[in-house]
Design a protein around this ligand. Sequence first.
Ligand code: F6P
Length: 324
Amino acid sequence: MERIGVLTSGGDAPGMNAAIRAVVRTCVYYDITPYGIYQGYEGLIQNDIKKMDAGSVKHIIHQGGTILKSARSLDFKTEKGMKKAWDNIQKHRLDGLVVIGGDGTFTGAMEFGEKFGLPIVGIPGTIDNDIYGTDFTVGFDTAVNTVVEAVDKIRDTATSHNRLFFIEVMGRDAGFIAVYSGIAAGSEEVLIPEEDRGIEKLFESLARTSKRNKTSRLVIVAEGDNNGSVYDLEDKVKEEFGDRYETKVTILGHVQRGGRPSCADRVLASRLGVIAVEALKEGKKDIMVGIRNRDIHYTDFEKATKQNPKMDKELLRIADIISI
Ligand code: F6P
C-alpha cells in the first residue's frame, strides 16, 4: 500500500471528520500517501481527488459535517460511471480506498471492489445506527444527544401548557435514535418500525398519563414507524380522545445531522480510522470495520449491507417500565 484514497458518502454524520483525520494521519504514520476524494463517489468520477498530508486534517476533529463533502451518486451505479472512477483511481495510482458512510456506501464499494479488484475497507458513518457488525456507528451518539437536548426543551413548554407532543426523529427504517432518545429524555411512548405494538398501546399509555395527572406528554416517533406520520398519529389520538389533549407536532429534521461530534463519536471515529488503514495494510478487503463489545470486528460488505442490526428488546422493556 503506497497510496490510499478516502471518501465520505451518503448522509453526513458528526464524527466523519474525526474519521477522515484518523485515516489520513494513520497513512502518514505508515509512510502511505493519503488522497482525499471529494463529493463521495461523484468525486471519483469527476476526478475531484487531492493529495493530503497530516496538516490537511488539522483542526477538524471537533467539526460536524465532512470536509470531503458527501453525495449520493447515481452515476456511480452505472457501468460508465464506475469505469470513469476506475480510470481516475489508476491515474492517481491508488492502491486502496477507505469509504466512510452507510449501507448504500458499502453496496457501491462492494460492487466496485469486485469489478476492478481494488481493496476497499468501510467505516460505518451514519446517525441511524442501522449497520450490522458494529455496536454503534459514527454519528449516532451525537445525533441522540442533539435529540435529547431538543426534547428536554420541548418538555419545558409542554409542561407549561399541559400539552401532548408528537416528536418525529430520523433513523430511516431504524428506530435506534427514537429508542435511545425516548429513554434518555423520559418520553411517555416510543414508536419504532422494528416493533409495531399497535396504536392501542399508545392510547393505553396516554390514558394512563391522565390517571396520573401528568402535565406533559411526549411521544417520540421514528420516521420509519408504520402507524403513519406524526400528523396521522395526532389525528388518530384526536379521534380516540376528542379534545382531551391539546396536541402539537415537532419534526426535528436535519438539525439531528449537524453539530460538534460527542467525545464518544470522536473516539469511535478515531479508532475505526486507524483500524481501517491497518486492515488495508494487512491485505484485508471488502470489509467494514466496527467495534463490538469493545473489540475490533470485521464484517464482509455483503453481510453489513444485507443484514439489519437487531433492535435491543431489553431497551424497549426498560422504556416501558420507566414511563409508567
Ligand atoms: O441516513 C441518515 C438520514 O439522516 C436518515 O435518518 C434520513 O432518513 C435521511 O438521511 C435523510 O436524507 P436526506 O438528507 O438526503 O434528506
